[in-house]
Design a protein around this ligand. Structure first.
Ligand code: NDP
Length: 243
């Protein structure tokens, strides 16, 4: 079904959760979506579902920690559609633990995916958007980009970084719309990366009030739908029941 102007929209981390829900919503609205993640079998299944209902979807294996991979992902969109209207930096990890557990490898993985991954997305899409003279970059941060809580110091640091990078990007580029999406607790596979047992137990309790990933997808769609001279620079979406 095509109800609005079709945009070419790339989504990182689209194999599950918020990225998948966003791909499904935007494709259903008639946009051309290009989805990437490491689990290609998941992408293939999502693409096949969407194509069965007439949507235009491309997918490719993507590791956002590898700049060449991210550039190749942008290249796929250019090869297929000749432009990039919207780039959504959504891929992320959240292996929570207290700092004194010293899970240094997990700290580094969060920095690599949640910060470097976003910067790689900007590096791959910004030159293309600047040459087009327009574009929109949407970065998925978190409530954790506004406040921190025990076990989440490094995760929140990465999400504060996403807010700072987005604000700098917005101030420097008056031809590009920049949007931060900051979800509260949302149903997805995100907590599956927690290896610290007590943190995982705490999260399981905390996630009982989670909102569906489709709620965050609707916020992303709202930001995309605005006219070219309107930049929704941030949306915070959280469960009504959150404190
Ligand atoms: P999911 O775990 O369901 O999705 C995370 C996505 O990121 C997956 O598609 C995963 O795909 C992808 N990903 C992870 N590492 C990489 C990588 N190196 N390269 C490419 N893709 C990667 O969780 P969510 O949907 O919840 O997470 C999406 C975003 O939302 C994240 O940035 C998260 O921090 C943020 N967020 C989530 C909240 C929540 O409560 N769920 C709240 C606030 C923010 P694959 O493994 O196939 O590569």
């Amino acid at each position: 079904m095509q109800t609005k102007e079709s945009k070419v929209i790339l989504i990182t981390g689209a194999s599950s959760g918020i990225g998948e829900a966003t791909a499904r919503l935007l494709a259903g609205q008639g946009h051309h979506v290009v989805i990437g993640a490491r689990r290609v079998d998941r992408l293939e299944a999502i693409a096949s579902d969407l194509r069965a209902t007439g949507s235009i979807v491309e997918y490719d294996s993507l590791d956002v920690t590898d700049l060449d991979d991210v550039r190749a992902f942008a290249g796929l969109a250019i090869q297929k559609f000749g432009r990039i209207d919207v780039w959504i930096n959504n891929a992320g990890l959240m292996p929570l633990s207290p700092l004194d557990a010293l899970k240094v490898d997990e700290w580094n993985r969060m920095i690599d995916v949640n910060i470097r991954g976003v910067l790689h997305g900007i590096a791959a899409s910004l030159p293309i958007m600047k040459s087009q003279g327009y574009g929109q970059i949407i970065n998925v941060s978190s409530i954790g980009g506004h406040t921190t809580f025990p076990t989440a110091a490094v995760y929140c640091a990465t999400k504060y970084a996403v807010v700072a990078i987005s604000e700098g990007l917005r101030q420097e580029n008056h031809d590009i719309r920049v949007t931060v999406i900051s979800p509260g607790v949302t149903t997805s596979e995100l907590a599956g990366t927690i290896t610290h047992e007590a943190s995982a137990d705490y999260m399981e309790e905390f996630r009982k009030i989670a909102i569906p990933a489709a709620a965050v997808a609707r916020a992303i769609s709202h930001a995309i739908d605005q006219p070219a001279d309107v930049d929704v620079s941030e949306i915070i979406v959280r469960p009504t029941a959150s404190s």
